[in-house]
Design a protein. Structure first.
Lengths: 175, 175
């Protein structure tokens, strides 16, 4: 599927409500479950997505539009959110993510994202030359990857409880 | 995590809103995308979940409670929904799934699901002896598996568009 800003934004603006529908008001037995050391719980995912809004997606789009390849992106710290989430309820984190995403999409809406803009290039610290269009597509896929992760982490809590059904429920044994 | 009916129902009652948040109003380029022949699009997933509410989860719970192992479950037809979905908008299918799920959970709420009930056994046509508790856990995991699937199918539409980011975005290359 060819990327268009409208298609990408249609998915991006749905992610906060998706996570709210999945997680709002859920017990900590679900929210804090993870897949072992250095893996994300559903609550961690929200913190990670907040950090992305604050430091990653729109800031990187702006770097490309303002500086092209001359200014490399700041590397993303995947665990920086841990300290920032302390003392905030999961509900408050969901709300904060929703507010930040609205701001991000307002900023995107103010950019002129025609074919020439989407083809503009920047410098990723690990991947090298990337385009603005690739960045926008990666943002969408990154969201969906974390929705998938939340579903998988939650499902994993019932890995034993399903008994013989484990054979049919492939989410329990696939990454 | 030990299964409790309350924990399971907390997830089950969120699935319709989760899928509505992800899919309601989205363009057909997203809704009808799939992963090849005999794979589900996001729209197919809704039809499949509707069919499960109508013929599978609560009906199987009732078979266990009323007949134990004496009456095997009816096998689930994974593609039966195809004809039933024809002529209905995706929005109408989402609404129908939400209504059926509410009914299902009303039926579950009317059952006395204590430890003895959860330990009652039935006969699965493919898996043999299963308990009511395992059925309830499988229902939850089945929902989450399809949420994961919707995220993965959508993400896959941007497999090429992300360019070099594919290396980092594991959802693009994992089942």
């Amino acid at each position: 599927m060819e990327l268009t800003p409208a298609d990408a934004v249609a998915v991006l603006r749905r992610t906060p409500a998706t996570l709210q529908a999945m997680l709002e008001g859920l017990a900590d037995s679900w929210l804090l479950a993870n897949e072992g050391p250095d893996t994300f719980s559903p609550r961690d995912v929200i913190g990670h997505l907040i950090h992305g809004e604050e430091t990653d997606w729109v800031p990187r789009m702006k770097i490309i539009l303002e500086h092209g390849e001359a200014v490399p992106f700041t590397p993303l710290d995947r665990f920086a959110f841990r300290t920032a989430s302390v003392g905030h309820s999961t509900s408050a984190l969901l709300e904060r993510f929703a507010a930040l995403r609205r701001e991000s999409l307002r900023a995107v809406g103010a950019m002129t994202l025609d074919g020439a803009a989407l083809a503009r290039t920047g410098t990723h610290p690990g991947l090298g030359r990337v385009t603005l269009g690739q960045l926008l597509a990666a943002w969408v896929v990154h969201d969906l990857g974390h929705v998938k992760q939340v579903a998988r982490v939650m499902a994993g809590q019932y890995r034993e409880a399903v008994g013989p059904w484990r054979e049919y429920l492939t989410i329990l044994d696939r990454p």
